[in-house]
Structure formats: C-alpha cells, structure tokens
Write a protein that binds this ligand. Structure first.
Ligand code: RIB
Ligand code: CA
Length: 312
C-alpha cells in the first residue's frame, strides 16, 4: 500500500547544512514540503532568506519561502559567519536570483497552514526556534495541529558555541524554552548524533559522482563548509547537522531515541542555552523530549544519496 506523504514545514537558517536539508525535503516523493520558513541564525535574516531562495531556484524546488524573525525573542542576535561565510552560503556560485519570498510573515504562514489543515503537520526547525515559539504564543490553538517537532538543536554532551550550548538553542534560549515546554511531541536531533555524520571528502566524492545539479551543489557547498570546520574545530569532515531531521522523517529507524525530561537553561550564566537532558531520569520529571542518542551513519548517507538522486 502506498504510504501517504508526510506533510511538513521546514523552518531554517541556511546555512550549508540547512541547504542540504532543503535539497533532501524538496522534490521528495515521500514528503510534502508545504513551505520553507526562514529565521536569522547562521547569518542575518536577509541573507538566510536569500540563501533559501537561491537553493530552491537553482534546483527548481517549487516551494514558497517565507521570511520570519530577524532577531531572537530576548537576547542579542548571534550569527555563525565563521562557519558559513559572509553570505551564509559561501562556496557555490548561483545564477541571478529572480525568486522572491512571499509577502506573508513566516509566523503567519505557520499559523495559517496549521489552522487550515484538516490533518496534523510536522514542523522541522533546523535553526533558532524564534519563529516556532512566536507562532505558539500568537496562536496557541496550533499546538493540537502539530503532529510533532523534529528539530536539530541542543546536545546532552558538550556544545559547539560554548562548552555548554549548541548554536540553535543558545541563539534563542527563551524561544527554545517555550517550544520544549509546549507539550508537543519533540524529536531532538542534537550534536550527540549529528557529530557522527561527518561529511568527509569520500562522502563528497560519492555524492558528486551522481553528476546532477543537486550533487554538484552538494560538492560546492561541502568543500567550502569543510574548510571552515577544519579551521575552527580541526575536523576533516564537517558534521551534516540539519539533514539528520529529514533523514529521520524518511526512515525513523536511523535514530535511537531516549524519551526523557529536557530543560533549556535560560539563566544568563556559563550554561545559558544548554539543553539539560535527564537521560537517567534522576529528577523523576515528566519526559517532554525524545532525545536522539545514536544514529545509523551508513544508513544516513544512503538516504542523503537517495534524496540527491531525485534531481536531474
Ligand atoms: O549547531 C548546528 C546548527 O547551527 C545547525 O543547524 C547549523 O545550521 C546552525 O544553524
Ligand atoms: Ca541550521
């Protein structure tokens, strides 16, 4: 029996790894990508919106792009140009951009889409959670319309922006706190698993060998991404963080999950923005997040390759 397409909204801050997530979710026969909403994060909102438009235009992904929040709910903005470059998607050269973002604000798009849908929808945030949190506060009735939130963010181990915190969470801890306490089922794809999918040169060569528009874009993006990952972290392969969310939607068996209580630290101290995951249930608090604790790495790359094959 043909399985129904999973309906999702991808909320992102492209960003090289976000761009690969867009490539995997777009033109995918198993997924119904209803829209791409964009948030500031890896770069300013203007740049992240531009990057989402460039990728979807370049790959003929017929999905609308909506601009969201330009800054976090409370804290001062932070960006990751040291990884993603000045444009937020340095490396590839794109044709002149003709595609424009829709005039509707991303938060309004999220609310309208959920409220008008007769079936639940998956939210897939791969950047700071500002848009998602604002949608929840603006229209609380959307909570019952969300099937689940499959997000890239957090870690139960160490962080990547501070020793304690991962970028997407610490870039807007208050927004993350709202989302993590919303009661909506959450699948947290944190650094603990995303750091296991390192995009080494042999992976780049494997994908590039597909010889289509998506595989060439993958190569051009990842070769730039790896240069900065080497410089900043000393790694030969940059972790392909955001695509883990899409790969999970395509094959939920690739992740091992631990349903536990997870609390975002919103105190302005050295652990600001940390996701405290009580994996051993020491505090006996109600579980609110399914934390990914392991990933089938080989299967993940097979899924990425299968997605890139959907392009000509
Ligand atoms: O910490 C990694 C996350 O921060 C990824 O989503 C990357 O794109 C950046 O947004
Ligand atoms: Ca991202």
């Amino acid at each position: 029996m043909k399985t129904l397409k999973k309906k999702l909204i991808l909320d992102c801050d492209p960003g090289h790894d976000d761009a690969v997530a867009i490539m995997m979710a777009g033109n995918n026969p198993e997924l119904d990508l209803l829209g791409i909403t964009v948030v500031a994060g890896n770069q300013t909102l203007a740049k992240t919106v531009n990057n989402a438009l460039k990728v979807t235009q370049h790959l003929d992904i017929d999905v609308d792009v909506y601009a969201g929040n330009a800054r976090p709910l409370v804290r001062e903005p932070m960006y990751a140009g040291f990884i993603h470059g000045e444009s937020g998607l340095d490396g590839p050269v794109f044709e002149t951009l003709n595609k424009e973002a829709r005039p509707l604000h991303a938060v309004s798009f999220i609310i309208n889409t959920l409220m008008n849908s007769d079936e639940k929808i998956i939210l897939c945030p791969t950047g700071p959670l500002t848009n998602i949190a604002m949608a929840m506060r603006l229209e609380p009735r959307i909570l019952e319309k969300i099937d689940r939130i499959v997000l890239m963010g957090g870690s139960y181990g160490f962080g990547n922006v501070t020793p304690a915190a991962e970028f997407n969470i610490v870039a807007d801890p208050e927004a993350a706190d709202i989302v993590f306490n919303s009661g909506v089922p959450i699948i947290m794809c944190g650094l603990d698993v995303t750091r296991k999918v390192s995009c080494y040169q042999n992976i780049i060569d494997r994908m590039n060998a597909l010889g289509n528009t998506a595989s060439t874009l993958f190569k051009d993006m990842m070769e730039f991404y790896n240069k900065n990952q080497k410089q900043v972290f000393g790694w030969d392969g940059g972790p392909l963080h955001d695509p883990v969310t899409i790969a999970y939607l395509l094959d939920e068996s690739i992740l091992k999950l631990n349903h536990c209580h997870c609390e975002v630290d919103t105190n302005k101290g050295p652990s600001y923005g940390r996701t405290n995951c009580d994996l051993f249930n020491m505090q006996k608090k109600k579980p609110n997040v399914h934390v990914a604790v392991d990933i089938d790495v080989d299967r993940f790359w097979d899924i990425v390759e299968k997605c890139l094959k959907h392009y000509s």
